[in-house]
Design a protein around this ligand. Structure first.
Ligand SMILES: NC(=O)c1ccc[n+]([C@@H]2O[C@H](COP(=O)([O-])OP(=O)(O)OC[C@H]3O[C@@H](n4cnc5c(N)ncnc54)[C@H](O)[C@@H]3O)[C@@H](O)[C@H]2O)c1
Length: 346
């Protein structure tokens, strides 16, 4: 089969750090075209990757230059871009959060079904080596049932990451719709659903805007911190802490308290996964690194997407998975706004 020609919509930080180099590096894919309204940016990247630059993604979709599309623009544009791409006959890898409303996320899933195109969501925490090893250990059964967990994802904020710095869409309510909950929370909701093999049934908590300011120096109208409590169908309870105001080293850890011991992921700088058993045994696993904003490691998401296209098999993280993880976070936002714990109904 000829190489899968990938078109990238939104040529910002995630595209530049991951999707473009990873599409270029995969022996079965190539970058066919790139679309972004910022002309200089898209032209320079087009030259770098030997791909056609477009300032209007709809023109790219009309061309016959791509077989599949990566949607990596601002959150509020994901749904329409993905739907347009699938209707144009392209498979889609859409960044997280897949949409900003449940209705849009459902429309995306419906369009994938109708057009018979693959819809994959960029929830790449599942693919990171420490998380893969932790899942193997949990599924191995020696730790017994998970009873409780705490998980956190905290960094100094997207202004140090986005190609547009503090003027970025990340701080604009209309374009982002969600703050740190949509950025980091949706990753953690997805990771925990996958690690636990269980669905969340309730969530409550507090969202706050503590420190982030927009270009006008006024506080942003999005959350920059969130403290959530959750419960699963099987009764597992846990906490999730999310922050854009951790002005120190990034934290991305998860601790699972199980019947026969404790599993810690991302708490030791050398050993990505540590299992402490109730009988005193300790297993320390030196596994591949967790990607951080400062130090990017290959995410594996493009490799999975290309593999699913080549082998014509359902993507490993499909639209319904993206929907369920998004629903946890949208419910958390409603719960915080109402000051209540709410049921998650998907
Ligand atoms: N999976 C992950 O780990 C991960 C990490 C970072 C970002 N993301 C997600 O990727 C998406 C992009 O984030 P980023 O960090 O690259 O942001 P960014 O601000 O660095 O880049 C966004 C890009 O989108 C472009 N854009 C704006 N409007 C557009 C339009 N109409 N058509 C095409 N492009 C348009 C901007 O010009 C900019 O180049 C977000 O949804 C974010 O949540 C995912």
């Amino acid at each position: 089969m000829a190489k899968v020609r990938i078109g990238v919509i939104g040529a910002g930080a995630i595209a530049q750090h991951r999707h473009l180099p990873e599409s270029d590096a995969n022996r079965y894919s190539t970058v066919g075209a790139i679309a972004d309204p910022v002309e200089d940016r898209v032209k320079a990247l087009g030259e770098q990757y030997g791909a056609t630059p477009y300032t209007d993604y709809k023109k790219m979709l009309k061309s016959d230059e791509v077989d599949a599309v990566v949607v990596s623009g601002p959150n509020a544009l994901h749904a329409q871009m993905s739907i347009d791409a699938m209707r144009a006959g392209k498979h889609v890898l859409c960044e997280k959060p897949m949409a900003t409303t449940r209705a849009d996320a459902k429309r995306m899933v419906g369009t994938a079904k109708k057009t018979r195109k693959f819809l994959m969501i960029g929830l790449n925490q599942r693919l990171m080596p420490p998380h893969v090893r932790a899942k193997e250990i949990l599924d191995g059964g020696r730790l017994g049932k998970v009873l409780a967990f705490r998980t956190a994802f905290k960094h100094p904020g997207p202004e140090g990451w986005s190609v547009d710095g503090s003027k970025s869409w990340f701080f604009q309510k209309g374009a982002a719709a969600m703050g740190v909950t949509g950025d980091l929370g949706v990753h953690k909701a997805d990771l925990m659903r996958w690690l636990l093999g269980d669905e969340f049934v309730s969530v409550g908590g507090v969202l706050a805007t503590l420190d982030k300011k927009g270009p006008d120096r006024k506080p942003i109208s999005l959350d920059d911190n969130a403290y959530l409590t959750l419960q699963t169908k099987k009764g597992i309870v846990g906490s999730m802490i999310l922050s854009w105001t951790n002005y120190g080293a990034e934290e991305n850890y998860t601790v699972l308290y199980c019947q026969n011991g404790v599993l810690s992921i991302g708490t030791d700088p050398e050993y990505g996964v540590v299992a402490d058993y109730a009988n005193g045994d300790r297993e320390m696993h030196r596994v591949g690194k967790m990607s951080t904003n400062e130090e990017q490691v290959a995410s594996g998401i493009i490799d999975d997407f290309v593999d699913s296209i080549r082998k014509n098999k359902k993507p490993s993280i499909d639209g319904m998975e993206g929907y369920k993880s998004l629903d946890v976070i949208l419910t958390a936002m409603d719960a915080a706004a109402q000051g209540k714990t709410l049921k998650i109904r998907h």
